[in-house]
Design a protein around this ligand. Structure first.
Ligand code: MG
Length: 319
């Protein structure tokens, strides 16, 4: 009898734990794009919300499984973004194996914590050959996991949409040869501001593509939302893979009013959003302070204003 009570109470306890621990990927599974919306395995619309790690080459200390677990459990992130720096000295181009190790720690951490993960080619210029080789390898290794989202070009700066489109089609072909279905995020020109150009001439012939818009709320306001509305009205799916409350430089004061306007707009349009960034540089957008440990367990004293506000917003919207 006593045994039976023990067994029953253990089952009830396990069920309770299961309900308490969010398991976004178990719940939503393989994602797809329908119209302008992201949908889950049951065809229901879904909004992902989370944070981006900072450039891996400058902030490698946070690139570990434990930090991902902390962001999933304590910040309620349903997605994290691994920003593999490509371009500056010491980034992917000259430290390939080390860079992949860092990125894979985030990918594997996300799979273990059952949240989605964006593999972000964090570049401002085109490196077609390297990008193809990298994403072919990632797709082979991780394309079977519903957790994974590919972001093939963080922020084009000088390249025209014609050039970015040509690069993107090559990358999409490379990924689709291996992974037929996971979401691919395509950058739009001019730091992901020129979404209207994308809307006028979108990529044809491939499924499950979304285009990125990035905003920094103290700099970018209604103008960029109007452009994005134009794109949505033309059927362009948008994913905000980077955003924050301060100026586009990553510094200056947070504009709370503008940030809230952006969040209301994204929520109204069911657009997923990822905040920049998990790093500890002395700047407004770096959410952590040097006292923060490498592996999570961050207390309020380890976070700056942007970190505290971002965590609050994620806890509210991802409840
Ligand atoms: Mg797949």
């Amino acid at each position: 009898m006593r045994n039976r009570i023990f067994v029953y109470s253990t089952i009830v306890l396990l069920m309770a734990v299961n309900i308490l621990v969010a398991q976004p990927v178990k719940q939503h599974g393989q994602l797809a794009v329908k119209g302008t919306r992201l949908i889950n395995k049951d065809g229901k619309e879904i909004v992902l919300r989370g944070v981006s790690f900072g450039w891996h080459n400058w902030h490698p200390r946070f690139y570990n499984r434990e930090a991902v677990k902390w962001l999933a459990d304590d910040w309620n992130c349903t997605v994290v973004r691994a920003s593999m720096g490509v371009g500056p000295r010491g980034s992917y181009i000259d430290r390939k194996d080390w860079s992949k190790e860092k990125i894979e720690a985030i990918i594997e951490g996300a799979i273990k914590s059952d949240i989605y993960v964006i593999i972000d080619w964090h570049s401002h210029e085109i490196h077609t050959g390297e990008a193809k080789a990298f994403f072919a390898e990632m797709a082979k290794k991780y394309g079977k996991y519903p957790h994974v989202i590919y972001e093939i070009f963080n922020e084009p700066v000088k390249d025209s949409w014609e050039t970015v489109k040509d690069y993107s089609v090559q990358l999409i072909k490379t990924i689709r040869e291996v992974d037929p279905d996971n979401i691919i995020l395509v950058g739009s020109p001019h730091w992901d501001q020129d979404i209207h150009l994308v809307a006028d001439d979108p990529i044809q012939g491939y499924e499950n593509l979304m285009y990125t818009v990035h905003f920094y709320a103290a700099t970018h306001k209604k103008n960029l939302r109007d452009r994005s509305d134009y794109a949505l009205n033309k059927g362009t799916p948008i994913f905000v893979s980077e955003c924050a409350g301060m100026e586009a430089s990553g510094n200056g004061p947070i504009d709370d009013k503008s940030w809230e306007e952006w969040i209301s707009w994204m929520e109204a349009n069911k657009i997923s959003w990822v905040c920049w960034s998990v790093s500890d540089k002395k700047e407004t957008c770096s959410m952590l302070l040097p006292s923060a440990s490498d592996t999570g367990n961050w207390h309020e004293k380890d976070m700056n204003e942007s970190g505290l506000k971002t965590r609050d917003k994620l806890r509210i919207y991802n409840k």
